[in-house]
Design a protein. Structure first.
Length: 170
């Protein structure tokens, strides 16, 4: 039971910090997270929250990267394994699944499974890496932090518009 209380406290603190940072002028902070042993960034205005769900309802005859649906506070979300969709090696699923819920302003109740939320990050102290050959439309930029860790910024609004993402049926 202590873990649930701690998780709720963490979510409440994170929501408060997200709101505070979003209201501050200056360089925008981003939410950092891990998926497939990679480090990722997403703009705060693209995420409504990070939640943990105990299980998903599987959907038959769907792509392998589509995990199913989850109910979060009365709303049903279609859940995608972000790493699997991007073609990256996925780890063993944990008992509880962490989901990034996409901002409802996009008109889609979509969620992405991640391995771990890492909190707020800013790119001001990071070195922007040169863009490679034309990549996926949802790839925004890559950065290297002071510890040599490579962070890739992803755009959920661009990913949601991708025809392959919209074709969930197998």
């Amino acid at each position: 039971m202590d873990e649930r209380i701690n998780l709720r406290e963490f979510q409440a603190r994170l929501a408060d910090r997200l709101k505070t940072v979003a209201e501050q002028p200056g360089e925008a902070s981003k939410l950092g997270f891990m998926a497939a042993d990679g480090y990722w960034l997403v703009s705060l205005d693209q995420v409504s929250e990070v939640v943990t769900v105990p299980r998903l309802a599987r959907a038959p005859w769907t792509q392998s990267w589509f995990l199913g649906v989850a109910g979060v506070r009365g709303t049903i979300y279609g859940c995608t394994d972000l790493a699997a969709f991007l073609g990256l090696k996925t780890g063993e699923p944990r008992d509880e699944i962490r989901l990034l819920l996409v901002n409802p302003r996009f008109g889609a109740h979509a969620a992405f499974r991640i391995d771990q939320a890492l909190g707020l990050r800013t790119t001001s102290g990071m070195r922007r890496l040169p863009a490679g050959p034309a990549g996926a439309p949802w790839d925004v930029a890559s950065f290297e932090d002071g510890d040599g860790v490579i962070w890739r910024e992803i755009s959920f609004d661009r990913l949601l518009a991708e025809p392959r993402f919209l074709q969930v049926a197998a």
